[in-house]
Write a protein that binds this ligand. Structure first.
Ligand code: MG
Length: 180
C-alpha cells in the first residue's frame, strides 16, 4: 500500500476512537444531568465508533501493513445543554465525513481500489450518521426550553439498541485480533 494512504488509514483509527471517546463523555454528561435516554443513545453511538476504528485497524492488518496508534486527545467533560451536545456531535460528524471524502480522493489518485471500496461503506454510513444526529438537533430545537418536550425526546432516544453492523466490510470476526 502507498505510505500516504496507510498514514491516512492509521490516522482514521485515531479519529474514530476519538469519536467514541467524545461520545462517551457526552453520554456521561447527559446522564449526570438526568437525560438517561439520550445518554443511552450516546453510549450506543460510542460503541459504533469503536467498531469503525476496529474496521480500519483490521483492514490495515488484512493488507499486511503495520498499525500505528496515535495519542487520543482529552474530550471536553461538560456541555451547556442537550442541544449543545447534539450540535457538537453533528459538527463532529460533518468533520468525519470530510475526513472520509479526503481519503476517497487519495485512494482515487493512487488507484487503490481496495481502499476505495472500503471507504464506500463509510461514505454511506456518514450520510446516516449526519441524518441521525441532525434529527436529534432538530427535535431539540423544536422543544427549546420546554422541559416536558425534552423529557419526551429523552424517552424516545432511550429506545435505541446497539446492533452489530455485520454488513460492514472487514468487520473483525471471532478469532481475529480485534474480534469478540
Ligand atoms: Mg464513525
Amino acid at each position: 500500500m502507498d505510505p500516504k494512504m496507510l498514514k491516512e488509514l492509521n490516522q482514521q483509527i485515531q479519529e474514530e476512537t476519538y469519536s467514541s471517546y467524545i461520545y462517551l463523555a457526552m453520554a456521561a454528561d447527559l446522564e449526570s444531568n438526568g437525560f438517561k435516554g439520550m445518554a443511552t443513545w450516546m453510549q450506543v453511538q460510542a460503541r459504533e465508533e469503536k467498531i469503525h476504528a476496529d474496521i480500519f485497524l483490521n483492514y490495515i492488518l488484512e493488507r499486511g501493513e503495520r498499525v500505528e496508534l496515535a495519542a487520543i486527545q482529552k474530550p471536553p467533560s461538560s456541555w451547556e445543554n442537550p442541544l449543545t451536545v447534539f450540535k457538537t456531535a453533528y459538527e463532529h460528524e460533518v468533520y468525519i465525513s470530510g475526513r472520509i471524502d479526503h481519503m476517497v480522493k487519495i485512494a482515487r489518485e493512487l488507484n487503490d481500489n481496495a481502499t476505495y471500496n472500503l471507504l464506500q461503506w463509510f461514505v454511506e454510513e456518514q450520510v446516516e450518521e449526519e441524518a441521525n444526529v441532525g434529527e436529534a438537533v432538530q427535535q431539540l430545537e423544536i422543544v427549546g426550553e420546554d422541559g416536558r418536550g425534552k423529557l419526551m425526546i429523552d424517552r424516545e432516544m432511550g429506545a435505541r439498541i446497539f446492533s452489530v453492523p455485520t454488513s460492514a466490510p472487514y468487520y473483525p470476526k471471532p478469532g481475529q485480533a480485534t474480534g469478540v
